[in-house]
Design a protein around this ligand. Sequence first.
Ligand SMILES: Nc1ncnc2c1ncn2[C@@H]1O[C@H](COP(=O)(O)OP(=O)(O)O)[C@@H](O)[C@H]1O
Ligand SMILES: [Mg+2]
Length: 305
Amino acid sequence: MALLNQFRCTSPSPITPFKQQQQLTTTSFTFPRHHRRKYPSLTAALASDDSKKKKLVLEVKDLTAVIAETGKEILNGVNLSIYEGEVHAIMGKNGSGKSTFAKVLVGHRDYEVTGGSVVFKGENLLEMEAEDRSLAGLFLSFQSPVEIPGVSNSDFLQMAYNARRRKLGQPELDPLQFYGYIMPKLEMVNINADFLNRNVNEGFSGGEKKRNEILQLAVLGAELTILDEIDSGLDVDALRDVSKAINALMTPTNSVLMITHYRRLLEFIKPDYIHIMDEGRISKTGDISIANILEKEGYKAMATS
Ligand SMILES: Nc1ncnc2c1ncn2[C@@H]1O[C@H](COP(=O)(O)OP(=O)(O)O)[C@@H](O)[C@H]1O
Ligand SMILES: [Mg+2]
């Protein structure tokens, strides 16, 4: 258990993940990996140069939030920094505040922020309306996706996509152009074109809802994608499809924050960091070894004492 103390986190780790160190480059020169082992101080200097160049996508500091209706505090001082291209996972016991954190980030009206700050791509996220957060490139796949009776998937997606295009100063797509745009996305997520004519999530199975969330992500694009238990309700084939699509959507500038209970998802979408949420704050940060210990010993192994 003492080993776990190395994962204790009071502020986000400044260490460049190993994966990125392996790809260490300067603008004109790549420092060969075997030399990096020989000259650790030079490697460290280049690594810190490299992390300076990477843009901070999300910076959460001491975030506290309550349930708007009752005033009950759920988030209790969350600190988290995500740089572009990084994949972060949050694990934690039921009721520790993971979904609340995700929903507070997208501006869900059930919660009221009572302290701290959230900066998204250099802007104060907490001052933005929920719709503007999404237009700015923040996407949340909800743990329980909502149904929208009477609105077809294709109308919904076209409307949402055109709103994003307007925001980006691009011309809107008409239905025919949109059809051409969405067909390869359907293939990417491995879902049938019939999906487009059905009402949003109405009568969808749990797995279909999750696939539909990823279709929305594929259509809209996002700089920061938050996936809240995207693996729940998926059989192994669906999990593989969904993970493949998410990986295909990753670019060097997009980032992912995924909430999960299971190591299985982390085998498909490899995280750079794993955080443990406990009683409304991130209590530990580490690498895949945290998930390995969790799988074997459960959350009691994460106790700090
Ligand atoms: N809208 C809400 N109304 C009442 N209680 C809520 C609401 N949202 C969250 N909670 C409570 O806040 C706590 C944290 O919930 P949640 O963030 O969903 O946890 P997790 O996703 O980690 O399982 C739980 O006790 C839950 O019942
Ligand atoms: Mg949850």
